[in-house]
Design a protein around this ligand. Sequence first.
Ligand SMILES: NC(=O)c1ccc[n+]([C@@H]2O[C@H](COP(=O)([O-])OP(=O)(O)OC[C@H]3O[C@@H](n4cnc5c(N)ncnc54)[C@H](OP(=O)(O)O)[C@@H]3O)[C@@H](O)[C@H]2O)c1
Length: 219
Amino acid sequence: MTTAIVGVGNIGGALARHLVAGSESVVLAAKDQSRAQALADELGPLARAASVEDAIAGADVVVFAVWLDTIKELIAKDARLLENKVVVDPSNPLGFDESGQMIRTLPEGQSAGSVVAALLPASAQYVKAFGTLGADALASGANREPRRAVLFYATDDDAAATAIERLIRAAGFEPVRAGGIADAGRLEVPGGDLHQGGLNGELVDLDQARAAVAAELPG
Ligand SMILES: NC(=O)c1ccc[n+]([C@@H]2O[C@H](COP(=O)([O-])OP(=O)(O)OC[C@H]3O[C@@H](n4cnc5c(N)ncnc54)[C@H](OP(=O)(O)O)[C@@H]3O)[C@@H](O)[C@H]2O)c1
């Protein structure tokens, strides 16, 4: 299995390092291809750099580790290449206003996940994942002992669930499914109860994660 990571910033860079440490093959792309190349060179034979289009075309799983507006642009441009791929979305509905303040970019109640999933070709398999921790916690939280930290994910698709569970484990975390696309907002900030920000900044273990998922279920 090959995983394309589009964006090698805070999230994409940490994820690339973890996946290669977990023996996964990655192909890295960025706006400035020299950044993707530099990281691929650092990570060795399991990593290579490519253009966004070539990275997507050659991968089974595509992680869009870029801002939500960029995800929308890239899907519009490369929709055909995403057919039959597992598409992983770590994005939050966040942006900056003119004064540099961080703001919510979508109406209350609308998740970034629902927006991204709706833009994909019907044969693509959407997963919300890899955005539930702040970038520093993602970078430092892998392979925690004695109990691994959990990364939540949400998808409607069982094949996508299998792929993301493999990647979360390879990255050094424990996967927990939080539901389907309709639940993606629980994994996002602002407001998501299963995001690190909604868990008092904590990294939770499997038992804590299962309890947190169940706590918000209706009934
Ligand atoms: N940072 C966090 O703590 C955090 C936590 C949870 C979720 N997230 C989410 O994760 C996503 C990435 O956040 P981040 O903090 O990692 O962002 P970041 O550090 O700003 O990195 C963004 C990456 O996107 C690349 N990029 C921008 N435009 C592109 C394009 N047109 N084509 C290909 N690549 C492009 C940039 O390439 P260059 O390097 O060439 O500029 C850069 O590598 C966002 O959706 C964010 O909401 C972030």
